[in-house]
Ligand binder design. Structure first.
Ligand code: CAO
Length: 424
């Protein structure tokens, strides 16, 4: 038994934002039917190719546990098949450019007429307003959502983050909206429209930076490094390097080996509750009673000196030794783990967060499994589908096409290469 068993999802998504959402729904147990353009499929299948002839890691890592059907949504018979899928499914998820679904003839009004219980969930770059018609990719959303302007160092340009907060972040937001809409449908019997604009999702994740924007009105942001450095604040939340975003000052500090290893660093948080223990660990017991260091307020203008001294200590240890020494004292620290270290982490493999999957075209590869763990809805990650792998299965088992009806649909070419599909 899985949490979403019995829920059918018509997955009209492509690239990253939409597919991350439907992949989560599939991991929760929904039957996710991915509709792809005949002969072409999701553009990511053939992007960033590492093994000629095989679906890319970009595609395989975003489309596990789904079934694939090829349908030309601009062809009359293709539209007939899609209409039947809309009748049958509980949720339609899409992240086409604005207006694309309407141009196919599937406006919200038309979809509601076909199936009033269906939930139509969309990712768009922007919400209603002057940018609503724009196409958007990850980094555009990071820039328009306040992330880039607040990431990086004060003396450098805005920086985008490696975490795909615009795409995968919005996919998560959308999944949450879909689940809430399914829950509401239990009481109302009606579907609804769910919209997750990427800009809004990024702004939601940058909430603390809007907090700081408003705090600027009443004075400098004392936990930012620039405060201790005597650099004046402007009128917008500045870039804060690796300063902690919360009320407990923190920094990234060098560890043993930093000269040659780009990831020999630790994050170190000088949480007030454990300040005295930090003083003992780094060999500065006198700071416990020194009025310049004894209170959080007194420490704020001296953060560069404090973290400089802590770094003198961390540089004598590896990032893992720092962790082993600090953890027993409840001092919050974290090693900067490289993707190589994460890929090799046995603990993450045991919990199913890093998973090895076998694929007929590319062999074994690593992926990120479901990051949400449920005690009564276990996740087994299965490989992504080949293009149109389930076309016949879905036409016959889900939509009930058989005999001459099935032959008519296949012969039309609306569901992929006629000969190939007929052979199946
Ligand atoms: N059969 C026939 N046509 C199909 C089809 C199918 N199965 N699936 C898609 N198409 C058509 C669409 O109808 C559209 O045609 P029209 O422009 O004539 O209406 C066309 O394919 C292209 O769709 P698109 O505009 O969505 O795709 P794109 O590659 O040009 O743009 C993207 C990609 C991501 C910029 C755009 O889809 C978008 O802005 N999406 C919303 C925001 C989003 O999710 N961005 C994140 C993507 S992840 O980085």
């Amino acid at each position: 038994m899985k949490a979403l068993e019995g829920v059918k999802v018509l997955d009209f998504t492509h690239v990253q934002s939409g597919p991350t959402c439907t992949q989560l729904l599939a991991w929760f147990g929904a039957d996710v039917i991915k509709v792809e353009r005949p002969g072409v499929g999701d553009a990511t299948r053939k992007q960033l190719i590492d093994k000629p002839g095989a679906d890319s890691l970009y595609f395989t890592m975003l489309n596990h546990n789904k079934r694939s059907i090829e349908i030309n949504s601009k062809n009359e018979i293709g539209k007939e098949v899609l209409t039947k899928l809309i009748e049958t499914c509980d949720v339609l998820v899409e992240n086409f450019a604005p207006g694309a679904l309407d141009r196919m003839g599937f406006s919200w009004e038309n979809i509601q007429k076909i199936n009033p219980r269906i939930i139509v969930a969309s990712v768009k770059g922007f919400g209603p307003g002057k940018y609503e018609d724009c196409k958007v990719y990850e980094n555009v959303a990071q820039c328009a959502g306040g992330s880039a302007s607040t990431t990086g160092f004060l003396d450098g340009p805005p920086v985008v983050t490696g975490a795909q907060i615009g795409d995968s972040g919005t996919g998560l937001h959308l999944a949450l909206g879909i689940l809430a809409a399914l829950f509401q449908r239990e009481k109302t019997g009606k579907g609804q429209k769910v919209l997750a604009p990427m800009q809004d999702g990024v702004i939601n994740l940058c909430r603390v930076k809007l907090r700081d924007q408003q705090r600027l009105e009443t004075g400098p942001l004392t936990e930012y490094s620039q405060y201790g450095e005597g650099i004046e604040f402007g009128d917008a939340t500045p870039r804060a390097g690796n300063d902690s975003g919360g009320g407990q000052p923190g920094r990234i500090l060098k560890c043993k080996g930093w000269e040659t290893d780009p990831n020999a660093y630790t994050y170190f948080i000088t949480q007030a509750a454990v300040w005295e223990k930090i003083c003992d660990v780094i060999g500065k017991p006198e700071w416990k009673t020194d009025p310049d260091f004894a209170t959080p307020k007194a420490r704020l203008p001296r953060l560069n000196q404090i973290f400089g001294t802590i770094e003198d200590w961390t540089m004598t240890k590896t990032k893992f030794e720092v962790m082993e020494i600090c953890n027993p004292h409840d001092i919050p620290v974290g090693p900067i783990l490289s993707m190589k270290e994460i890929a090799e982490d046995e603990g993450l493999r045991k919990t199913g967060t890093i998973v090895e999957v076998d694929h007929p075209e590319r062999g074994k590869y690593l992926t990120v499994g479901c990051p949400i763990k449920m005690s009564d809805s276990p996740v087994e990650v299965t490989r992504s589908p080949l293009l149109g792998e389930h076309t016949v299965e879905i036409l016959s088992q889900v939509l009930g096409y058989s005999g001459d009806e099935l032959k008519r649909v296949v012969a039309s070419g609306a569901v992929g290469d006629t000969e190939k599909v007929a052979a199946e």
